[in-house]
Design a protein around this ligand. Structure first.
Ligand code: AMP
Ligand code: ZN
Length: 144
């Protein structure tokens, strides 16, 4: 994709703070470091979102996220600021907060109180019959 910024970063055509690179991925520091150590896993090939991503790359991306999470935990511990937690986050579509339309997985090291916006959802119960129907509809879609 000629006009995709993450294609260019992943290919090394635009400089980035690269943390890791292999034949499939480049991992960079996100421009926004409100959560210190915020990393992005970028596939080198262009896929717009999770729906498009081949299963093999989806699996590899998650294994890489685990590796990076363990490394972040070690690095923060070594720096004398042990992590309190870590989020793995991935947005698909504008309504879900996706702003760059090239699949990427966020790895977010967390320190207590670092971002008042979390958690991402509020408490909102649903009537139990509606819950059952919703579960059935999702089950049906999986089986079809
Ligand atoms: P999302 O909202 O899930 O699409 O995430 C896009 C992320 O990309 C945001 O967290 C941005 O801060 C980050 N971002 C955008 N442009 C760049 C860039 N040139 N280098 C590093 N991170 C970027
Ligand atoms: Zn791209």
């Amino acid at each position: 994709m000629d006009n995709c910024i993450f294609c260019k970063i992943a290919a090394g055509k635009i400089p980035s703070n690269t943390v890791y690179e292999d034949e499939d991925f480049r991992v960079i520091l996100d421009l926004n470091q409100g959560m210190k150590g915020h990393m992005l896993i970028l596939p080198k090939e262009h896929y717009e979102n999770f729906y498009e991503l081949p299963d093999e790359l989806a699996a590899k991306a998650m294994i890489l996220a685990k590796k990076l999470s363990l490394a972040a935990r070690k690095a923060f511990e070594k720096a004398g600021t042990p992590l309190d937690g870590l989020n793995i986050l991935q947005n698909n579509g504008e309504a879900a907060g996706q702003s760059v339309m090239h699949y990427h997985l966020h790895v977010l090291p967390r320190i207590k109180g670092d971002d008042p916006l979390f958690p991402l959802w509020s408490e909102a119960a649903m009537e139990s019959g509606d819950m059952k129907a919703l579960a059935e509809s999702l089950k049906g879609a999986l089986e079809s």
